[in-house]
Design a protein around this ligand. Structure first.
Ligand SMILES: Cc1cc2nc3c(=O)[nH]c(=O)nc-3n(C[C@H](O)[C@H](O)[C@H](O)COP(=O)(O)OP(=O)(O)OC[C@H]3O[C@@H](n4cnc5c(N)ncnc54)[C@H](O)[C@@H]3O)c2cc1C
Length: 385
């Protein structure tokens, strides 16, 4: 059996490894070249994603490029600590979470795929899909027995299998991310933790790295940022604006933004709550193409890794790919949609509501003691693929 994977991101790279392990020939088509795929912002893999990475045989290499994260430490706009939440149920090794650049995660998966002899074609943009045949920009056609759409939240494969598929939903937050190198703030922050501040005008998160830098992100509740505005705004202008939004909030957000380098700017956040049609015949969607959770869930990349392992398990030795893909969907749909809903709730908690600041902080403190706990989210992070 030969599988064509559209998209060489987290889901696509992971699927290539899992399929190879299952004895299935895989070819990855990725539209970006190496330079375009480099850099970018950080993400945290939860323990369920780390377990999937271990199943794919890449966990030690991810640990080399990332750093451990155990906790979220939440602080209110008044400076009051609201509580701490574990990243999740640890692996047997004690590891709970790994924070790393998304491009390094993809880099590790791709390097391992190439090392195992899997064909990874860069600069191969798919513009059309007809059954399990794709057409690339430039007109070349490539076909296979199974076509896997791992092409992200704006998937071309999704539109091909269901032209009426829902469009991604804007979740009301824009995203910015950066790094401040060699800063004394790194020593003041709790190690192996994201310190997150529910500021008055923006939500801010900061994580020290073992090298003494601080990685940070800002979520701003505001309308979507148009593409032309994004293209026309300089890094300095974004940083001035962000520093103004966090000015007066507790912690070192303003300093970190002013002294840092912006690596992700003006990114509007989308999710995909329900995609009714995940597959048609021998074509299937995985990762964000099928079920993008909001970044606030901290689960998108972990789910993409899980998908890859489950997909290959179902396709291994399958006589009829379509039946195997149906089994894949039944194994995955309920879990991922539950996580997308949880992510949407977590995004809206970052948007100041009608309650006053003190009341909102009191509600958060109770929730963090009772509901948002390691035990309460064990169904999500304690899952082992
Ligand atoms: C700001 C931000 C923070 C996040 N933080 C976290 C976090 O902390 N933890 C977490 O688990 N997740 C996080 N996520 C989510 C995570 O990044 C995604 O869920 C994950 O990247 C999904 O992987 P994917 O491979 O499905 O899609 P993508 O990573 O989007 O990859 C899709 C790939 O397909 C390629 N492609 C698209 N169209 C075509 C085409 N037509 N032809 C060929 N190639 C194509 C793209 O170039 C891309 O490489 C975050 C996301 C954002 C935006």
């Amino acid at each position: 059996m030969r599988a064509l994977i559209v998209g060489g991101g987290v889901a696509g790279g992971a699927a290539a490894l899992a399929l190879e392990d299952a004895g299935i020939e895989a070819i990855v088509l990725e539209r970006r070249d190496e330079a375009a795929a480099a850099g970018g912002s950080y993400l945290t893999l939860a323990p369920n994603g780390l377990a999937a990475a271990a199943a794919l045989g890449v966990l030690p290499r991810l640990a080399d490029v990332g750093f451990p994260t155990d906790t979220h430490l939440l602080v209110g706009a008044s400076g009051t600590p609201l509580g701490r939440v574990s990243i999740g149920v640890p692996l047997a090794s004690g590891l709970r979470g790994l924070t790393l650049r998304r491009s390094d995660l993809v880099g590790v998966l791709t390097a391992e795929a190439v090392r195992r002899g899997i064909a990874v074609r860069r600069g191969a943009a798919v513009r059309g899909v007809d059954g399990t045949t794709v057409e690339l920009d430039g007109g070349e056609r490539v076909d296979a027995d199974v076509l896997i759409g791992a092409d992200g939240v704006r998937s071309v494969v999704r539109s091909a299998i269901d032209p009426g598929a829902p469009a991604p939903r804007y979740v009301g937050l824009t995203n910015f991310g950066g790094i401040t190198r060699g800063t004394p703030v790194a020593a003041r922050l709790e190690q192996r933790a994201w310190t997150m501040v529910f500021g008055r005008r923006a939500f801010f998160g900061a994580h020290p790295t073992p090298a003494g830098d601080v990685v940070w992100f800002v979520n701003v509740p505001e309308p979507e940022i148009a593409r032309d505005v994004r293209a026309a705004t300089s890094g300095d202008a974004w940083r001035d604006r962000l520093a103004g939004l966090v000015a007066g909030d507790p912690g070192d957000a303003e300093h970190l933004i002013r002294a840092g380098v912006l690596e992700l700017a003006g990114d509007s956040t989308y999710d995909l709550p329900t995609v009714p049609c995940w597959r048609r015949g021998s074509v299937v969607l995985i990762g964000d193409a099928a079920h993008a959770p909001s970044p606030s869930s901290g689960q998108g990349a972990s789910l993409a890794l899980e998908d890859a392992v489950v997909l290959a398990r179902e396709l291994r030795g399958a006589e009829d790919p379509a039946t195997a893909l149906a089994r894949f969907e039944s194994a995955r749909r309920r879990r991922v949609e539950r996580i997308v809903s949880a992510g949407a709730r977590s995004s809206s908690s970052k948007i100041p509501g009608p309650l006053g600041m003190r009341v909102q902080e009191a509600v958060m403190r109770v929730l963090l003691r009772t509901v948002v706990t390691e035990r309460g989210s064990a169904w999500m992070t304690g899952y082992r693929v």
